[in-house]
Design a binder for this molecule. Sequence first.
Ligand SMILES: [Zn+2]
Length: 415
Amino acid sequence: MPNEIYSYTVAERLMRYVQVDTEADPNSSTVPSSLKQLNLSRLLVDELKLMGVTEVELDANGYVYATIPGNVTDKKVPVICFCSHVDTAPDCSGNNVKPILHKQWNGSDIILPDDTGIVISPNEHPYLKERIGDDIITASGLTLLGADDKAGVAIIMNVAQLLIQHPEIKHGDVKILFTPDEEIGRGVDHVDMKKLSADFGYTLDGGERGHLEGENFCADSCKIVFHGVSAHPGYAKGKMVNAQKVAAYFMSMLPYNTNAPESTSGYQGFVHPVASGGELETAWVQFIIRDFKEEGLKQLTNMLHDLAEQATKKFEGASFTLDVKEQYRNMKQVLDNHPHVMGFAVEAYKRSGLQPIITNIRGGTDGARLSFMGLPCPNIFTGEMAIHSKQEYVSVQDMMKAVDVCLQILQIASE
Ligand SMILES: [Zn+2]
């Protein structure tokens, strides 16, 4: 049960915040990518000030920084940051979102009124089935909801409000960070770590209640270029080596029932050709490589190298080059050096009545990048589900639980 003396404002906040269109624009090079994101960032600054938070700033890049001073004076308490992103994914429209609150949802199919073809059925959403009786918020059928990550924003704003209303909650300095452009991979490009000056942090951008994410992929990109030999096609006998055919032969040898996105899950890694092209003389294949360990990345790269070698051996005169670029790394490498960061979260989940389920992310996160920038930063659940789609939904009770978890983290760190 949530704490009865707290006023939970997450539902009301989420319903308001999602109505502000903050869709990120991957084709823009401005910072933030779409200026409309600032509309929400400005609103958040105003609301924080209204609450009585005096140290609040919206910087030139569209990042919101706020500090709630600690109230523990007799000992040194770590400075903790809570972080979420204001933008929504460009995969699905975020314009004119009309949120709907389904109070004490009874478990029947949720048919969205603005497009009755869009149905959120507990049969297709097993987690939703577990939330019967909760208050569920959805969009109306024409847009995504934007609980990713305005649920996180609402949770952090509610936490700030409760810290100010309840000085009996003991805590050190609390830093709040709202970033733009997470959905297009630029969320932490312009974070000012000095200004933030926190010891560690938590992103509020996870899904199911109880999930705690402290691991993500190690990621490299890899480009293989095949070189052939050109000749006049009428007089090419014994001379021409067509690089496109070498590349095609190579592609045909790629695994598809192992080491591929379509055949892996859990802790399994993969190689994935994302694009290819070519002409007679050269042909290229662009890959992403993913594994939870750097050693695994190396093995997968070696596999690609072996296959490319086999392909060029098949076509005499052909050759290839292989270039690897580092993309990002598993935050566990950082978190393992600061075990209290996950430890505080695990204890906070338990004190909030949750059995923590530590899971991995088969992708990268802003928290992962922040971890390598000096802010160890696992990811906490918010209840946001079926994200980037018109079926997106969130349980109000999940958001309330996440508020409890954040407050518990602060209290545990102050003990
Ligand atoms: Zn998100």
